[in-house]
Design a protein around this ligand. Structure first.
Ligand code: ATR
Length: 290
């Protein structure tokens, strides 16, 4: 009884997730359950799409008011938008498209980075013992490993929240290019183990180092983790990466990659419906389906 079939009619707001493959996606289950639970007259479909530009120009009718955009279309999807959120434009990818009701224009957003930043802020607030005025990231040293799509997203997110960003990358030129854009500092991955300018830094891994099947890999030796008060890993297979396990053993607060996944879904839901996301239900549906 996932869909509220009695509701489906001319007023139903149609949404979908565009990707290839798409059969594995948990999103239809998640959003349809959530639409129903808050009484929103909407439906959310899995859409197997190989050419997103062709799909958007040929098949996307005004009935479709919102899309999630997933692998491999996050970059190509951006080019299909009439307007793109400034940070998504800088990052070069989107994961959500909304059709503006007033003029039908397609607006692109990237909620992946906001999802990660929100998870980090929440963990910082919890460890500080409660709410803070403004972002708890403001003024903090925010060390981002990786300068690809995810690295850019996190570096821009940290910059937007007023953190001082350090970009660490195997290839220095890419670290430098990104650091220059966010007013930050660049170092190579080889230099990271000796980098400890101050206490209570935040460390974020956006590389694939430590991802299944290479679960014994880690981007930083355990001894160097003592300089960090909070460590986030964008990897979520496995959930507890070697980096997070060693950070926990060293006494740091850890934030799982799965938190980023769930938070970006909250942001999309709120954009689709204009209503607050039923967070508890999201957690339950994901737990049941993973
Ligand atoms: P994504 O969009 O997921 O961020 P990407 O754009 O391919 O993926 O970027 C991958 C990032 O992981 C890069 O920062 C890459 O470093 P380089 O710029 O030097 O290539 C980093 N990376 C990937 N494999 C790595 C490895 N084995 N060791 C260190 N860094 C690695």
């Amino acid at each position: 009884d996932l869909y509220n079939l009695r509701w489906i009619g001319a007023d139903t707001k149609v949404h979908g997730v565009i990707g290839s493959p798409i059969g594995h996606s948990k999103s239809p289950h998640l959003y349809n359950s959530a639409f129903k639970s808050v009484g929103f007259n909407g439906i959310y479909l899995p859409l197997l799409v190989d050419d997103v530009a062709n799909y958007m120009s040929t098949y996307s009718s005004p009935d479709f008011v919102g899309y999630s955009c997933t692998i491999p279309h996050k970059e190509a999807g951006l080019k299909c938008c009439d307007e793109v959120d400034p940070i998504a434009k800088e990052i070069g990818s989107i994961n959500c498209m909304i059709r503006r009701p007033t003029d039908g224009k397609i607006l692109g957003y990237n909620f992946d980075y906001l999802g990660a930043i929100a998870a980090i802020e929440e963990a910082l607030r919890a460890s500080n013992g409660g709410p803070t005025l403004g972002s708890p990231l403001a003024g903090k040293l925010f060390v981002v490993i990786g300068a690809g799509g995810a690295g850019k997203a996190l570096a821009y997110g940290g910059y937007e929240k007023g953190a001082r960003v350090v970009v660490v990358n195997r290839t220095y030129s890419k670290a430098k290019e990104l650091a220059d854009k966010v007013g930050g500092h660049a170092i190579t991955l080889a230099e990271l183990k000796d980098f400890h300018p101050e206490r209570a830094m935040i460390l974020v891994n956006t590389t694939s180092v430590g991802m299944k099947p290479r679960i014994d890999d880690t981007p930083i030796p355990k001894e160097s983790l003592r300089h960090y008060s909070l460590v986030f890993d964008a990897i979520y297979t496995p959930k507890l990466t070697r980096l997070l396990k060693e950070a926990q053993e060293t006494g740091a607060t850890i934030v799982y990659g799965t938190e980023m996944l769930i938070n970006q879904a909250f942001f999309q839901f709120e954009k689709f419906t204009g209503l607050p996301a039923p967070k508890q239900l999201f957690q339950e549906v994901l737990a049941r389906n993973t």
